[in-house]
Design a protein around this ligand. Structure first.
Ligand code: SAM
Length: 240
């Protein structure tokens, strides 16, 4: 249940400094860039040098984040996970990786937050803030009466379109063919998205990582299961 979930009332109210301490601005930088009204109202000075740009929805044990960290060293990546203990595991994992790599700065760009991504996404991210959203092996919710619990739906796709910038990419992978077809049909039907061609998909290095580095992807590999991949591009909004 969500009763003990905390979330900011707006993206401006979210303080990311404890998630990405290496990206907190220096006092000199803060002097150069005056605080926003919200920062002043909240009595806050610490700000990040950049915004989170990549979200891994239902990140599980963090395999994708950890593998992507050195590939996108200048980009802030966030895993969102609803299970408390799993979130804490990933947070500890990141802390340990940072401690083991003190000089390189690698793994400073990944963080994990406990959240119900089906409910509070626009509380965390501004319009068009994200460049990539990952859905790796989302829970399939097989029974028809459970389909409304699926993380891809007509309504939720509009939220994903809101937080994703035009040209940004939604990445999906699952071993459940029925869920794959469901995700494809819902993104295809949405006016803000178009399917990315197979050539472009296979040339994308994030796709390779998604196939082999997530914990769920490894499990499917061991069981010699199939993996269904689909990518969708966020289109420009039509002129009014
Ligand atoms: N992406 C990981 C991987 O590929 O190894 C984990 C896949 S696991 C099958 C699905 C994950 O999504 C679980 O860890 C679950 O707790 C999480 N999850 C389910 N619903 C969620 C929600 N509404 N918000 C955030 N996480 C959610």
């Amino acid at each position: 249940s969500d009763h003990n979930l905390t979330y900011p009332i707006s993206p401006a109210h979210m303080d990311w400094s404890s998630y990405y301490p290496a990206f907190v601005t220096t006092p000199e930088e803060n002097q150069a860039h005056p605080q926003s009204d919200t920062d002043v109202a909240l009595g806050r000075v610490r700000q990040l040098k950049k915004d989170v740009e990549v979200a891994d929805i239902g990140c599980g044990f963090g395999g994708l984040l950890v593998a992507m960290a050195p590939v996108l060293p200048d980009t802030l990546l966030l895993g969102m996970e609803i299970r408390t203990q799993v979130t804490e595991y990933v947070q500890e994992r990141i802390k340990a990786l940072r401690a083991q790599n003190p000089d390189t700065g690698v793994y400073q760009n990944i963080g994990c937050l406990r959240a119900n991504a089906m409910k509070f996404l626009p509380n965390f991210f501004k319009k068009h803030q994200l460049s990539k959203i990952f859905f790796c092996f989302p829970d399939p919710h097989f029974k028809a009466r459970k389909h409304k619990a699926r993380i891809v739906s007509t309504t939720l796709n509009s939220e994903y379109a809101y937080v994703l910038r035009p040209g940004g990419i939604v990445y999906t992978i699952t071993d459940v063919e029925d869920l794959h077809n469901w995700m494809v049909s819902h993104f295809d039907a949405h006016p803000s998205f178009e399917r990315v061609s197979e050539d472009e998909q296979e040339a994308d290095e994030c796709v390779k990582i998604m196939r082999v580095e997530t914990e769920e992807g490894k499990k499917v590999e061991r069981n010699k299961g199939q993996k269904f991949v689909a990518l969708f591009r966020r289109l420009e909004d039509p002129p009014w």
